[in-house]
Design a binder for this molecule. Sequence first.
Ligand SMILES: Cc1cc2nc3c(=O)[nH]c(=O)nc-3n(C[C@H](O)[C@H](O)[C@H](O)COP(=O)(O)O)c2cc1C
Length: 403
Amino acid sequence: MLRFLTAGESHGKALTAIVEGFPANLIIKPEYLNFHLKRRQAGYGRGLRMQIETDTAEILSGIRFQKTLGSPISLLIKNKDWENWAEKMSPEHKGNKIEKITVPRPGHADLVGISKYNFDDIRNSIERSSARETAARVATGTIARRLLEEFDVSIGSFVESIGGIYPKENFSNNLFDNNLPKNFKGWDLSEKSDKSDVRVLDKEHEEKIISKIKQAKKKGDTLGGTFYAVATGVPVGLGSFVHYDTKLDADIAQAIMSINAVKAVAIGSGFETAEKFGSESHDEIILDKESLVRRTNRAGGIEGGISTGMPVIVRGAMKPIATLMSPIESVDLKTMKAVDARRERSDFVAVPACAVIAESMLAWSIAKYIMLKFGGDSIEETLENFRNYNGKLFKRIKKNFIA
Ligand SMILES: Cc1cc2nc3c(=O)[nH]c(=O)nc-3n(C[C@H](O)[C@H](O)[C@H](O)COP(=O)(O)O)c2cc1C
């Protein structure tokens, strides 16, 4: 079973992650991890911090000569800004001279954090609830992505909208209609969207969004948006309908919803199908040479909690960033008087980064179910199990049903 834990505060010394369950002999190169970490930091509308830090993952264990050992992999991502925070975030000192934060930001974890953990300083809530933690998740998700490549599973993403600005022609329709270029791979989407400052698929759309972000910045305001993450090449049969906690769609929804500020997740054409007839919502089954495929993919590649073999399509919605330069109302907990919410160094928009994080979370979820289904202690064994299953799939169906 794949699992991971992350540790680290936003302005602490470093983030760390322990990742377990990957088979031995999987090639992992540090530059591959760092490439995806860098993608998380890009995007128009990010705050100053992204310019200070270029995240790099140091591999501490579990990998030798660029190959996994089957043992726990531990990663370290140093905070480059640590020197400026050493006193404020010291684990050793008592911090008597450090000023406490007393004004919670609506929409962030400030007030709930101090209420739950009995803190007298909002900094204690801010630090771990911050999306800085997602750097560790991108590093772990990138190991999962590497595993998936062995199975020809490819993951990519794009931003669909920011601040309610949608493209003239929405690419998601092509996904649901299964109207995709020949040999289309999930990563094709990221290759294209990574070229855009806001990770959208067309230039005119990008310009409109950037102008809306500029407007928001000018007002001291922030924006959210929607994004898609897509996995192609996912084999038939990952996940199960036998229990609520074995369903692939449920696991993916949890994984995406766990990303900071994500407030809605849909699999396939999710919310739209709720307004349509059944005949317009489901995907006809057709025979294509030696396999059973779907004419369309409105289900987003999952039926009954099990992957259908069609691309897995996930849509997420991110709320606007909570830290506002023109703040809304809050209460100073020291005086119990109404005040403006606190300003912090912050992003204005982080939807492009959120989509990159969603790629990692989607990779993690699918890799987890690949390992559950195919098992194995070395990548060679896992692949052998996979080929044995996948290569005989259609033959088995025919054998079972044709008299
Ligand atoms: C990539 C990314 C960057 C973020 N940057 C900020 C930020 O700079 N300022 C902020 O207030 N919130 C930011 N957020 C959102 C907060 O982390 C999030 O709203 C907070 O943790 C509360 O959790 P919730 O919104 O899920 O309830 C960011 C989220 C993501 C995914």
